[in-house]
Design a binder for this molecule. Structure first.
Ligand SMILES: [Zn+2]
Ligand SMILES: [Zn+2]
Length: 269
């Protein structure tokens, strides 16, 4: 495993000096509660697996929905894991990670102007996920335009020795003095562990966010073997297709119901 050696601000030591109070953290994970993706593992299973793998904090970042479940937070705490409030919000069509914001506020952000408003009133952190990957939902040039709104940039699980969209993000982060965090963007449980962050912080949501903002974070990562990447991406595409077919079936069903004669509807419903 590589340590990317991200040293920011006054934090000039390597992580060997962080022996005390270093947390293994992932700020970008999806689970079966996600309204957009079809995912096999639920949040409890994800927390269990992460606890067994030594994680100290996790942010489950569903698409456009923030998990707000105190029993899940307690479930994680019992296993020594801090559950950070989080969401992968679509803002003007681009994915943005909002960590440690109140649910109602995070779910009502639609524009970068809204995000500016949120940042001026709350103390969470904003992370640019997979900013330079191909795809319409990746920030790309919007990251330059709104650089001041971002506290950190993601180094994603999705990279191999030959295919690497992360290095550009790391260069951008260094040029703009932003910390880099390692995230798995887990959609498949086997992604967990290859890429994560090491944060020098107490095990508390506010302290973890402050540590990231101060640059007390390193990325631990290794390239994904092609065989694993094929399984992960293949599974994601297949599930996406299944979800699409399911949605089409539901639409068909609704159309049939709408077109059914009123008398027949009254009998059957
Ligand atoms: Zn995304
Ligand atoms: Zn994601």
């Amino acid at each position: 495993m590589l340590n990317c050696g991200v040293t920011q601000g006054n934090w000039s030591e390597t992580n060997t000096s962080w022996a005390e109070g270093v947390l293994k953290v992932d700020f970008h994970l999806h689970s079966g509660e996600d309204p957009v993706d079809l995912i096999h593992h639920d949040a409890a299973m994800l927390i269990d697996r992460a606890a067994a793998a030594g994680y100290g904090a996790l942010a489950i970042t569903l698409h456009d929905r923030q998990l707000d479940d105190s029993s899940l937070t307690a479930f994680a705490r019992e296993r020594g894991v801090v559950l950070l409030p989080g969401i992968e919000r679509t803002i003007e069509g681009k994915h943005v990670l909002l960590i440690n914001f109140a649910r109602a506020a995070a779910e009502s952000i639609f524009t970068f102007r809204d995000l500016e408003w949120l940042k001026s009133r709350a103390n969470g952190i904003v992370i640019a996920p997979h900013p330079f990957f191909p795809g319409a939902s990746c920030l790309g040039r919007q990251l330059d335009r709104h650089a001041h709104l971002f506290d950190a940039v993601e180094w994603s699980y999705f990279w191999t020795k030959r295919l690497d969209f992360n290095s550009r993000a790391a260069r951008w982060a260094r040029a703009h003095g932003k910390p880099i965090v390692g995230n798995s963007d887990t959609h498949d449980i086997r992604q967990l562990g290859r890429t994560h962050s090491l944060v020098a912080s107490e095990a508390h949501a506010d302290a973890i966010c402050a540590a990231v903002r101060d640059g007390r974070v390193e990325v631990a990562t290794e390239p994904v073997p092609l065989s694993e990447l094929a399984l992960v991406l293949g599974g994601m595409m297949l599930r996406h297709r299944l979800l699409h077919v399911k949605q089409l079936d539901l639409e068909d069903e609704r159309r049939v119901r709408r077109n059914r004669p009123v008398a027949a509807r009254a009998v059957s419903e």
